[in-house]
Design a protein around this ligand. Structure first.
Ligand code: ATP
Ligand code: MG
Length: 569
């Protein structure tokens, strides 16, 4: 390709709206343009990079025997109603009506459609196992689309689905995906962690997340530096750290005291001169329309995901102020468990065995001291809190760390959720019907690109891995109007193409500084500079990431690069 003919609209300045590096660079390097919030056009360079990523994904999926298909993005509501997810997906689902007023939606994921195909066609155990996949657009009306391509409302996902006769078969399909995902992310040049994850709205049993450590991410992973334990924050468990101050001994009776204007845990802590760990935090949540009182240690945070899983509900939200007033006769900030009879009371396990703590009195501006769980109120205990950095590991006692990450892939054992709700059964060898067991596996194609940019960039631009960069080599004649340079550059460019190397020639009539800056910005892994050393028969090969520059004989340049790019051959 000749740069002078291409549409690569690079920008000199960082666009004001972009906060994270990958967003800034994708705009500056002319990869993408925004159409609307969370909706982007992928211009030439982005599309080339995305095609390279999808090709890697495709090769590794094909290698585990997965079969590529292409399913509709436009779905009738019925299939989602059958699985029960029409009511669960809430505002994340783009919904519309056709001309007859029938409910439709845009696919967020394709379990329903895949199951519809399978139940119509799979009859016998002899047809199993199957792995079906596609690489296609998904639509999600994300509440906070931001950070460029990291969280968008339309994106490309590789989604695959496995169909097996029983749990051992599912384990095998799952393990194949696990291994294929490692190969995919390795080939895309990412460094990543694989952690246990919560299966969320997919409704599964076992799940792993593939995540790239990055400050630009929105996910947290908990890791023990001591043992192998690691998990997504939504699912991670810990032992609670010791309370900062031991509890007062003895069976004291709850006693009201005046706390004028003190509402938050921090304010009450300051007022009482007792650490936050000595307080009971009371949160009122509404789970599937029923109130529950949630109790945590003052310094702990609720994990809504754990709570939702524990309660087995589909919808959960904090109670509104007027609901709280109606149920407690007091406002948030003065709430506590003593005397609460009109709702379920659930406490985090860190409150078990504690005594003589501080809690709200259910009377504005009053708190109680000497509140003891199991004596003054009787909660159900569950693990409901988010792990905090420094908490002891449940496995080895090591000090847990929180790492910010960007999720790039996710695999789930679905079990029988869809085959049972939608009626996907086959005949076993003995003639009996059985439900098919399923798995579901996703990779975000844009996420791979953004993660790579977040991992590999410097102040001048992207430094993409060879495997996913839109071009592998840019040949840059410093002065294109110089006949000798033009000829030498064209020869190198042609030799690179002949060797199967994805090359670009910068034939623009621009100053060298502009050409170098643009090449650095768009992240081409190697640059061949044809310039002042040419009269001595020398060109320079520059590695974008290391900045290492090597003098190479003009006739050897293409072969030199070929050896670097394919060290094994
Ligand atoms: P997240 O927690 O980031 O919202 P998710 O758990 O909703 O992700 P899945 O439903 O498991 O994601 O989708 C599979 C993959 O699709 C994710 O691992 C991620 O790489 C990608 N993905 C999901 N949502 C988006 C989005 N809004 N924009 C871009 N990629 C996405
Ligand atoms: Mg999501």
């Amino acid at each position: 390709m000749h740069w002078s003919k291409l549409f690569i609209p690079t920008l000199r300045e960082n666009p004001a709206e972009a906060e994270v590096v990958s967003h800034q660079l994708l705009l500056r390097a002319g990869y993408i343009r925004q159409l609307s919030a969370g909706i982007y056009s992928y211009l030439y360079l982005a599309q080339r990079a995305m095609l390279k990523i999808t090709q890697i994904v495709r090769e590794e999926m094909d290698a585990i025997g997965a079969q590529e298909m292409l399913l509709p993005v436009l779905h009738p509501a019925e299939v989602w109603q059958e699985s029960g997810r029409w009511g669960v997906m809430g505002h994340d689902m783009f919904r519309l009506k056709d001309r007859f007023g029938r409910d439709m939606c845009l696919g967020m994921t394709e379990e329903e459609v895949m199951t519809t195909i399978a139940r119509g066609e799979l009859r016998s155990y002899k047809q199993l196992p199957q792995i079906w996949y596609q690489i296609a657009a998904k639509f999600r009306d994300e509440p906070r689309p931001k950070s460029g391509l990291m969280r968008v409302r339309q994106f490309i996902m590789k989604d695959s689905y496995s169909f097996d006769l029983g749990p051992p078969g599912l384990d095998e399909s799952y393990d194949k995906h696990y291994a294929a995902y490692c190969k995919i992310f390795d080939r895309c040049g990412l460094s990543y962690l694989v952690v246990e994850a919560f299966s969320g709205a997919m409704g599964g049993k076992q799940s792993h997340e593939f995540a790239v450590p990055s400050d630009a991410g929105e996910d947290y992973i908990v890791q023990c530096p001591n043992c192998k334990y690691s998990a997504n924050l939504e699912k991670a468990v810990s032992r609670p750290s010791e309370p900062k101050q031991p509890d007062v001994e003895g069976d004291h009776t709850p006693e009201e005291f005046h706390t004028p204007g003190r509402k938050t845990i921090a304010e009450v802590s300051e007022f009482t001169k007792l650490p936050e760990t000595s307080q009971i935090k009371s949160l009122v949540m509404v789970a599937d329309n029923r109130p529950v009182l949630i109790l945590l240690r003052g310094d702990h945070q609720l994990s809504e995901t754990k709570l939702q899983a524990e309660l087995g509900v589909t919808d959960i939200r904090p109670a509104h102020p007027d609901e709280i007033r109606q149920w407690f006769g007091a406002e948030a900030g003065s709430l506590g468990p003593v005397g609460v009879r009109n709702m379920r009371v659930i406490a985090d396990e860190a409150l078990k065995g504690r005594r003589n703590m501080i809690g709200g009195a259910n009377r504005n501006d009053y708190h109680l001291r000497n509140v003891t769980p199991d004596k003054d109120f009787k909660p159900d205990y569950h693990d409901l809190r988010q792990v905090m950095s420094g908490d002891p590991c449940t496995q080895c006692g090591g000090s847990l760390e929180l790492i910010k990450c960007l999720e790039v892939g996710h695999i789930f054992k679905l079990g029988y959720k869809y085959s049972e709700s939608m009626g996907l059964r086959v005949l076993k060898e003995d003639g009996q019907e059985v439900a098919v067991i399923m798995g579901s596996y996703g990779i975000g194609i844009e996420r791979i690109l953004t993660a790579a940019i977040e991992l590999y960039h410097d102040k001048d631009g992207m430094a993409l891995p060879v495997t996913i960069a839109p071009f592998t080599v840019v040949v840059t004649p410093v002065n294109y109007s110089d006949e000798g340079q033009r000829q030498a550059a064209s020869n190198i460019y042609q030799s690179l193409l002949d060797l199967g190397i994805d090359a670009l020639i910068d034939d623009r009539d621009e100053r060298p500084g502009v050409k170098f800056k643009d090449a650095d910005l768009i992240g081409i892994p190697y640059r061949v500079t044809v310039g002042k050393k040419l009269p001595k028969g020398i060109v320079e090969v520059v590695n974008r990431r290391t900045r290492e520059s090597t003098d190479v004989a003009v006739d050897d340049a293409a072969n030199y690069l070929c050896e670097r790019l394919n060290p094994a051959s």
